[in-house]
Design a binder for this molecule. Structure first.
Ligand code: TEU
Ligand code: CA
Length: 579
């Protein structure tokens, strides 16, 4: 059996993601900041989270809300100063919590000195720090790739008459990682932050840093304006080399201390095993995107219904693949995804709390490291956007302009934005029912959700049946219950369309998790539940071993006696009957 003691610390950790711009404003400018975060550390400690992951707070023009960095070693005045950051680090460490910074090194801001030098002349010593190509005779970009934020992935720079690559906005030029000087500069900067007391990094689109030789055209999907470059820039030819080199030069000297998480759009299970295999000394875990693309069509804007069986198959695939080698991150939400309770649950007043706690139970009892995104622990919901003026995110605004420019009716275009826009996750944290939800004394940079009157921190802290308390119990379970940390995962009832059921098994213990992910009651007869002993956790006040699961009811039972995963999966095959 794997002893808990010899596991890396982050295998029993829960990470809380803060989007600083929207968390807490301390100086009344309507924008969240570091001092605001520091003022709320006791709240995070009470929730029980172990790590705070900060979305970028570096100096930036804020074109992509900080994911466009112009100085990696300074704090943007919007968020405060380096001294404020040092105070936040001290505040976290004094409470036994750690800080993970968001490292965006696939690209910089076009206002970074590296780029202003690089673009100044084709002969500049930093020219090769970015990806430049001469103009062709046809006047077209060097290849047919599209930007993630609409339009082509190339900008023609008039200073030198050459094109530069930007997989994201034109203000986010891609760094050339084939240049050893770029890699060394990034590695030195990472070491500088670790020496300052930072405990790790979430690395933004880090699997994009190695591009295929020749930057070949991508296939153009039916209906698309540009070629799909992802097969040529995601997990490219030298990605493992670059990550291993980074590990050797930055992390190896600090064994077991530094937590590294690679955000990897499009990463496969097989690749993720390689990236997170400890023997390969690359990364500790990755953010994969399979489960957050199942309800999407050609693009993220083509939203469609999600079949629970497809979701279960996807999450099971990742559980099984990483059971022996590597480690999973677990998330429903982040600053790029709409709110899970609206997307995967039911955010109506009748079901919001239950569906939020049902989804949390499913996620947090999988094997891996769970990530809680600010406000998720309150059951915060998507925003009722009413007009284009409500949006702030360049990805949404650019998409609106693109499709209206192609003839879409503005109302149709707005309806396309609403369920998928990243701004759903970026409305201010709802601290109380007061003006601006206690987030700020000024009008916030983006509107507060009108439901902050009943969805906020103040209300649930004293309510044992609140979403907040359920998250607190799930986090405590991960800290205290070895079967939650490393119990073998076995899916049950894989073909059931409403029921998400699985077991977690160690030599001494078996946990049975049964969650009704629907707004209808569900008869879930299972032998294990009949024999099950202890109720570990539920999300209804009167939860108990039962054969009927109420709408969005979650039931976690500890089954007496020893069970193998195989025996549990067979013996406890949930035999659901429709009511
Ligand atoms: O996002 C990477 C990414 O894949 C995005 O395209 C994301 O999937 C998309 O926005 C979903 O709608 C990272 C950051 O998380 C994001 O906030 C940045 O805008 C992006 O990289 C560029 O740095
Ligand atoms: Ca502020």
């Amino acid at each position: 059996m794997t002893d808990v003691e010899d596991q890396p610390w982050w295998r029993t950790a829960v990470v809380y993601q803060i989007y600083p711009r929207s968390f807490a404003d301390s100086n009344g400018d309507g924008i969240g900041d570091l001092a605001g975060i520091t003022s709320r550390l006791d709240y995070l400690a009470a929730l029980g989270v172990d790590v705070v992951w900060l979305s970028p707070i570096y100096r930036s023009p804020q074109d992509d809300n900080g994911y466009d960095i112009s100085d990696y070693r300074d704090v943007d005045p919007t968020f405060g100063t380096l001294a404020d950051l040092d105070e936040l680090i001290a505040g976290l460490h004094s409470r036994g919590m750690k800080l993970v910074m968001d490292l965006v090194v696939n690209h910089t801001s076009d206002e970074h000195p590296w780029f202003t030098e690089s673009r100044s002349a084709t002969t500049n010593s930093k020219r090769d720090w970015y990806i430049w190509r001469p103009q062709g005779t046809d006047g077209l970009p060097p290849n047919n790739w599209g930007s993630a934020f609409s339009g082509p992935a190339w900008e023609l720079d008039e200073t030198t008459g050459e094109w530069y690559l930007h997989l994201f906005s034109r203000k986010q030029p891609d760094l050339n990682w084939e240049n050893p000087a770029v890699r060394e500069a990034v590695q030195e900067m990472m070491t500088w932050w670790l020496d300052r007391g930072v405990d790790g990094f979430r690395m933004d689109v880090i699997n994009f840093i190695s591009k295929a030789d020749g930057l070949p055209d991508g296939d153009v999907p039916a209906g698309a304006l540009f070629g799909d470059g992802a097969p040529h820039y995601a997990s490219g030819p030298r990605i493992h080399e670059y990550l291993h080199e980074m590990h050797s030069r930055v992390f190896a000297a600090r064994p077991q201390q530094v937590l590294t998480i690679g955000e990897m759009p499009g990463v496969s299970v097989a690749q993720a095993r390689l990236f997170t295999d400890p023997a390969r000394a690359e990364l500790d875990m990755v953010f994969q995107f399979e489960h957050v693309q199942l309800d999407r069509g050609l693009t993220k804007w083509d939203t469609q219904a999600l079949d629970l069986r497809v979701l279960k198959a996807s999450l099971r695939r990742w559980q099984v693949a990483m059971a022996e080698v590597g480690w999973n991150s677990l998330y429903w939400n982040n600053h790029d995804q709409p709110r899970a309770v609206s997307r995967f649950g039911d955010d109506s007043p009748a079901h919001r709390v239950r569906s939020a706690t049902a989804l949390a139970t499913v996620l947090h009892l999988h094997r891996g490291t769970p990530f809680v995104y600010q406000g998720e622990e309150l059951g915060m919901t998507n925003m009722p956007f009413a007009s284009l003026a409500d949006y702030r995110d360049l990805e949404s605004l650019n998409h609106f302009a693109e499709i209206v420019g192609l003839g879409a009716e503005p109302d149709v275009a707005l309806a396309t934005l609403a369920p998928a826009s990243r701004d759903n996750a970026r409305t201010p944290m709802q601290w109380d029912a007061g003006e601006h939800a206690g987030f700020s004394t000024a009008t916030p940079w983006i509107a507060v959700h009108p439901n902050h009157s009943e969805v906020n921190v103040a209300a649930p802290l004293d309510d044992p049946n609140s979403v907040w308390h359920h998250y607190r119990q799930l986090i405590a379970l991960r800290h205290n219950d070895p079967v939650v940390m490393h119990g073998t995962f076995a899916m049950l009832a894989a073909d059931h369309e409403q029921l998400y059921a699985f077991t977690r098994t160690t030599d001494d213990d078996l946990l049975l998790v049964m969650v009704n992910l629907s707004s209808d009651p569900l008869l879930a007869g299972t032998e294990l539940a009949d024999r099950a002993g202890e109720l570990v956790l539920g999300n209804y006040p009167d939860t108990g071993p039962t054969q009927v699961l109420r709408p969005w009811e979650a039931l976690v039972l500890r089954v007496q006696g020893r069970r193998s995963a195989a025996e549990a999966a067979v013996a406890g095959g949930v035999v659901p009957q429709r009511p």
